[in-house]
Design a protein around this ligand. Structure first.
Ligand SMILES: *Cc1c(COP(=O)(O)O)cnc(C)c1O
Length: 396
């Protein structure tokens, strides 16, 4: 690899990700702070309503939570996952997807990905089903929709629940329908700092199942049920509540929801900018020995472009680690999504997992890196990343 010694004035480090927070968000947060409502209140309720409006399906309920992890946990709790049950998900994800299954005392069956999409492989799901299997947790990796037709076909055939980890998938469509509006039992979005929109920390559980929504709302806040009282009297004294379960502390604050209200308004613009950057990367990196990110299989579908993941093709001798080092030396932050779960000590040891069981995830992991892609990148930042990547292959 070439390491030119020319002394150019060094540019500031380009971080791997940065949230885009503007004056609108700041004003809305200040409004929350001045209002006196700093925890869950009117802004959280408005955010939930706006989220349903964004998805465009009034049959949905949106339940704001303080992380996607919390939302996934609540979804599994509400569908009744417990000890003895198995839930199937991809090994190529963040540990949050799988850890919530263990919170419920159930077991995780990790399966391999389809190397074309990097999403969970439906054939691998079929092969992993046992009489204990209760649910599937597809992850729309990088923001590219999972083949949901295949997921529902398997779920219907075996009577399984479907909980989508949509942490990357806002906004993503499958056959022109937004993820969140399909027919899964629950769908969970993340508003973590580096996601396509942020509330600092936060998440949204979306469902069209009224019973699931009711249970998740109760469990979101200590197992408090005020509706139980409503059944017996028209007037609920403000001080009265009943505890119906040992719930969790998963509610979103109004300070966070204030951020969410404004971020949601800007989301279509954010997606358009991400798309523009992805398209520029695609054209500028096309001649390099790289496998560029897969595009949606159906024309007209939206990719959220949460992540722009490239893989080294088989015909290059440059290693992934060399690429990362070179980019870091050029002041560019990159990441790897993900170190597959089967390589982490906890998952590996608990389920006695071997890389050979996940050949596609393993190979992708060894050859992949994620380039910076976020709305605050200027066109010059984008070109800088392109130049640095081309330099690695001697094509600057
Ligand atoms: C970020 C992420 C989560 C967790 O989101 P939090 O809001 O941080 O809890 C879950 N799954 C995937 C795939 C993620 O990328």
């Amino acid at each position: 690899m070439s390491q030119p010694e020319s002394k150019q004035p060094s540019l500031p480090f380009l971080p791997f990700a940065l949230p885009e927070i503007g004056e609108e968000e700041i004003a809305e947060v200040v409004d929350a702070l001045r209002s006196g409502w700093v925890t869950t209140g009117p802004k959280t309720r408005q955010f939930e309503q706006d989220f349903v409006a964004f998805l465009g399906d009034p049959g949905l309920q949106a339940i704001a939570v303080n992380s996607a992890t919390a939302g996934l946990h609540l979804a599994l709790e509400a569908i009744g996952i417990g000890p003895g049950d198995e839930v199937i998900t991809t090994t190529h994800t963040f540990t949050a997807t799988a850890e919530v299954v263990r919170y419920m005392g159930a077991d995780v069956k990790l399966v391999d990905i389809d190397p074309a999409t990097l999403n969970i492989d439906p054939a691998a799901i079929e092969a992993a089903i046992t009489p204990r299997t209760k649910a599937l947790m597809p992850v729309h990796y990088a923001g590219l929709a999972v083949d949901m037709d295949a997921i529902y076909a398997i779920a219907d055939k075996h009577g399984l629940k479907v909980v989508e980890d949509a942490a990357h998938a806002l906004p993503t469509t499958w056959r022109q329908q937004l993820v969140g509006t399909l027919r899964s039992d629950a769908v969970v979005f993340s508003f973590y700092a580096n996601k396509t929109m942020t509330t600092g920390e936060g998440g949204m559980l979306v469902t069209r199942d009224a019973a699931l929504a009711a249970r998740a709302k109760v469990m979101r806040l200590h197992g408090i049920n005020r509706d139980a009282f409503d059944r017996f009297t028209a007037k609920v004294p403000s001080w009265y509540y009943e505890i119906v379960a040992p719930g969790f502390k998963y509610n979103l604050t109004d300070i966070a929801a204030a951020l969410g209200l404004q971020q949601l308004k800007r989301l279509p613009g954010f997606q358009a900018r991400r798309e523009q950057i992805a398209t520029r990367f695609d054209e500028a990196l096309a001649d390099l020995p790289l496998i560029l990110p897969p595009r949606p299989v159906h024309a007209g579908d939206t990719h959220s472009w949460h992540l722009y993941v490239v893989r080294l093709s088989d015909d290059t001798t440059v290693t992934r680690d060399q690429v990362i080092e070179s980019l870091f030396n050029d002041g560019i932050g990159v990441s790897v999504h993900y170190i597959p779960l089967h390589l982490h000590p906890y998952w590996k040891e608990r389920y006695d997992l071997k890389p050979e069981q996940f050949p596609h995830s393993q190979k992708a992991y060894e050859r992949m890196l994620t380039l910076p892609l976020y709305t605050r990148m200027t066109d010059a930042d984008v070109e800088r990343v392109i130049t640095a990547v081309r330099k690695v292959f001697g094509r600057a």
